[in-house]
Design a protein around this ligand. Structure first.
Ligand SMILES: Nc1ncnc2c1ncn2[C@@H]1O[C@H](COP(=O)(O)OP(=O)(O)OP(=O)(O)O)[C@@H](O)[C@H]1O
Ligand SMILES: [Mg+2]
Length: 246
């Protein structure tokens, strides 16, 4: 078990859909009791009984159409979502880069947000301050680092987010598509940094629609379809099946 970073055992995720009214407004007006009952019981199955393991130091890609459940898997690993059924085991500190701007406070400056995010990841203030200049240098945000992040562009948010997780001693990196909003030079820099993480035995989970980037980073890939794992295998095998399916 010691060489396993992440284990999903028969995990099911069902989201409640609070705003869904079967039959629409008319039904709410004419059959209010029935409509309210349906409102309560409505839910959405996002992942159905999935199991897989990620070894320490492995780079695992996750592919699949919009809505396939990729971000749900990362959210479950990060602990921001809870599984409806099944068990998830995580061995190591999680450094997540999930939604754009997640974990940032809009009114705080980039510099202040570095401390906030670092604390959320589980580091002490001193550990974060030691890495502050490395993070700012990597981000290339210049004077913007002392501006509130609410004025940042998407690319600037991605720069700040990646620079933080990449410089705060990550053990397990979760990266959800966010790098796609960075410009080409910055993306290249991030992918090279991810390759050096791989060499140092850091575990990476990488969600992307880019076959090229998946090929560059990942050892193995999960292909999600219909709430399930359609296939899991070494990158080249999955990518060629995926392309054939498009
Ligand atoms: N908070 C939520 N409440 C209800 N349903 C949700 C919620 N979050 C996600 N879903 C649903 O779960 C399914 C999986 O969503 P998820 O965000 O994991 O997909 P994804 O593979 O990351 O898609 P994308 O490529 O568009 O990012 C989708 O059908 C989505 O509508
Ligand atoms: Mg997603």
């Amino acid at each position: 078990m010691n060489d396993i970073a992440i284990s999903f055992q028969n995990v099911t995720k069902i989201y409640p859909l609070y705003h869904h009214i079967t039959g629409g407004i008319k039904s709410l007006l004419f059959h209010p009791v029935k409509a309210v009952k349906s409102l309560k019981s409505s839910h959405f199955l996002a992942l159905k009984d999935i199991s897989f393991e990620v070894k320490k130091g492995e780079a695992l890609g996750i592919m699949g159409k919009n809505g396939a459940g990729k971000s749900t898997i990362l959210g479950l690993i990060a602990g921001v979502l809870k599984p409806t059924k099944g068990k998830i085991i995580v061995n190591g500190r999680i450094s997540p880069l999930l939604e754009l701007g997640a974990g940032f406070h809009p009114e705080l400056t980039g510099r202040e947000n570095i401390i906030l995010k670092g604390v959320l990841i589980g580091l002490t203030r001193n550990e974060i301050l030691k890495k502050m200049e490395d993070i700012i240098d990597f981000s290339e945000l210049g004077d913007f680092i002392d501006q509130p992040v609410r004025i940042y562009s998407s690319g600037m948010l991605a720069r700040l987010g990646f620079s933080i997780i990449a410089n705060l001693n990550p053990e397990i990196l979760l990266i959800d598509e966010i790098l796609a909003v960075g410009d080409e030079t910055f993306q290249k820099k991030c992918f090279n940094r991810m390759l050096s993480f791989k060499k140092n035995g850091i575990t990476i989970l990488f969600v992307s629609h880019s076959i090229e980037n998946i090929r560059f980073i990942c050892d193995r890939v999960i292909w999600l379809e219909n709430q399930n794992i359609k296939a899991i295998d070494i990158t080249e095998t999955i990518v060629s099946k995926y392309i054939g399916n498009m």
